[in-house]
Design a protein around this ligand. Structure first.
Ligand code: FAD
Length: 365
């Protein structure tokens, strides 16, 4: 009897479990715990950005969301649009692939209107792929996995050793009880936590890239469209960064506005002083008050870490996924990893080898 295991309880682990269940007799999905220090899946919402996305990653997005559609993922999980504001003029070309993605999204998350991306003016583009609810996708994937016979279990992977054709797993539950399991195939999608697994896998470990979401409680009526600024101004130096993703704003829920931004405003974590952290936070609150013209009554800061490494790595019968900021590419990475298909190189990894001072995962090509 063939056995496969998916490790991770978020979009990657669950997608892998569902795909593996098409191939293997028995599939386990080990979801781990919820309190990891350098986790990348905080909060409810994420943007499905394809504006300025590399062509090869666009193919990955379509592969993944088409797969989600094919397994029956359906719910109202995509809200509103993303408004992209560039520091310079842009000419937005809507490709066939983009339209294909919009059609897939229409079917997965049918709303009262048909999705349509468009150029609004010379430096503003509306991308109708919108904001997706990552935790709602997790809930739906869990139901699908369960219906397809996947054994979902909240255990944590401690040790993984493999030979060419066999994998040994050492797992632990919340009562510290240890389970040992052998399997034929394993797909791991646990972000930065892979660094803490004892293993003989030959893989490049991720760089945990710090960022911080700030959640502002607003009481003003506000359009729910997300806002991505490309090129942004440092309020202190007045320097304009034209080629970077600057602010990244979306509604977390009807009252909470979530804001992240380029971390070049702070030095890297190890050098971070209270002063430059405060400056970085001031950039975000200034953006909310001055640019968006919103008043807020409260706010809280929550750290969140990009996991930057090659997107897909194979070591014998094990595959490891590290998606960095590209959560919407996760299902495509997983499908291609299992089907042995090609995945583009992660240029951001090379970049971060030389500079870990910024989060600019979305530099304009
Ligand atoms: C600041 C920030 C902004 C982002 N913005 C976006 C965005 O706008 N759009 C977008 O699409 N993506 C975005 N992302 C990226 C997205 O959140 C991730 O790429 C995505 O969550 C990765 O999914 P995953 O399933 O691989 O792992 P994660 O979602 O990171 O989940 C890891 C899972 O593994 C489990 N786990 C951990 N360790 C173990 C273990 N040892 N054993 C078993 N289970 C374990 C955890 O419990 C969890 O279930 C952003 C990320 C960051 C940090």
């Amino acid at each position: 009897m063939s056995v496969a295991v998916a490790i991770g309880g978020s979009i990657g682990g669950l997608t892998a479990a569902i795909k593996l269940a098409e191939i293997y007799d028995t599939v386990y999905c080990c979801t781990g715990f919820n309190n990891y220090k350098e986790s990348g899946n905080n909060g409810e919402s994420r943007g499905l950005r394809t504006f300025n996305l590399e062509e090869e990653l666009m193919d990955i997005v379509i592969t993944g969301w088409e797969y989600w559609e094919s397994i029956g993922l359906r719910c109202d999980l995509i809200h509103e649009a993303i408004i992209h504001r560039s520091a310079e003029n842009v000419e937005y070309k809507i490709t066939e692939k983009h339209n294909k993605l919009l059609e897939i999204l229409d079917r997965i998350s049918p709303k009262f209107r048909k999705r349509e991306s468009k150029q609004l003016n010379e430096n503003t583009v509306l991308e109708d792929t919108g904001i997706y609810r990552i935790q709602e996708i997790v809930v739906e994937l869990k139901k699908i996995a369960h219906a397809r016979g996947v054994v979902i279990t909240p255990v944590h992977l401690n040790i993984l050793k493999h030979t060419d054709d066999c994998i040994y797993l050492n797992l632990q539950d919340s009562d510290d009880y240890i389970y040992e399991l052998d399997c034929d195939r394993c797909v791991i999608s646990i972000g930065n936590e892979i660094k803490n697994i004892e293993t003989n896998m030959e893989i490049t470990k991720p760089i945990a890239v710090w960022n911080e979401f700030t959640y502002f409680t607003i009481h003003t009526l506000y359009s729910h469209d997300g806002i991505w600024t490309w090129g942004t101004e440092n309020y202190n130096t007045k320097e304009v960064y034209k080629d970077r993703l600057g602010f990244y704003v979306m509604m977390e829920n009807p009252e909470i506005l979530k804001v992240a931004c380029d971390t070049s405003f702070v030095n890297n974590k190890w050098e971070m002083s209270i002063e430059n952290l405060n400056e970085y936070r001031k950039q975000k609150s200034n953006f909310v008050k001055k640019h968006l013209g919103l008043k807020y009554s409260d706010y809280r800061h929550i750290e969140c870490y990009y996991s930057v490494a090659p997107y897909v790595q194979h070591s014998g019968p094990v595959s490891v996924i590290n998606a960095g900021g590209y959560g919407y590419c996760v299902p495509g990475f997983v499908i291609n990893a299992i089907e042995g298909k090609k995945v583009p190189k992660n240029e951001n990894y090379e970049r971060h080898l030389f500079s870990n001072k910024r989060h600019d995962l979305s530099i304009i090509k």
